[in-house]
Design a protein. Structure first.
Length: 171
């Protein structure tokens, strides 16, 4: 089974050999067993709190590169007649600690009938859709990782007894 534990930086141009298509709730897990687009099984290990974002690329000891793809999932698209109403909706969603994707003139949340009713009560237009869900990372999340000295970002600690070869390692 292929193992992924290292997020590649933007300067690494290696071409992915497969995609890993996952909904948001699986992209935020630190340990995951999944199936790649080519049918191969993969084990993903990340540091707790890491979220794999659409378009990111990962690799592991085998040196193969996999592209992360945000799967389509049941969501609500929230639009409002004016910016003030949309801001009120965002405030009330945040007050309920609801993850939300913020876009130009819209919010996107996971499908939840109770939240839909609340948003409609605030005069929002709530439309059911199937879309990739990429919520905000939060004020204290994202943007940090562990570097391995080769320009790559190691997402999970590698046991000392486990030898992992990475491109750029000297013999």
């Amino acid at each position: 089974m292929l193992t992924l534990h290292t997020k590649l930086g933007p300067g690494d141009e290696r071409t992915p050999f497969a995609q890993l298509v996952l909904p948001y709730d699986q992209r935020e897990k630190c340990r995951l067993r999944a199936v790649l687009s080519n049918g191969d099984e993969v084990a993903v290990f990340t540091v707790r709190g890491t979220v794999l974002r659409d378009g990111e690329r990962m690799t592991g000891p085998e040196g193969l590169v996999v592209r992360i793809v945000a799967a389509r999932e049941p969501t609500y698209l929230v639009r409002c007649a004016d910016a003030h109403t949309l801001l009120r909706c965002a405030f009330h969603l945040g007050n309920r600690h609801t993850q939300a994707q913020v876009g130009d003139g819209f919010l996107r949340i996971r499908k939840d009938p109770v939240l839909k009713e609340m948003l409609q009560g605030l005069q929002a237009i709530v439309t059911e859709e199937s879309a990739p869900f990429e919520p905000e990372a939060g004020a204290y999340g994202g943007g940090h990782g562990h570097h391995d000295g080769h320009g790559q970002h190691l997402l999970a600690p590698v046991p000392l007894r486990q030898k992992i070869h990475r491109p750029g390692d000297t013999a």
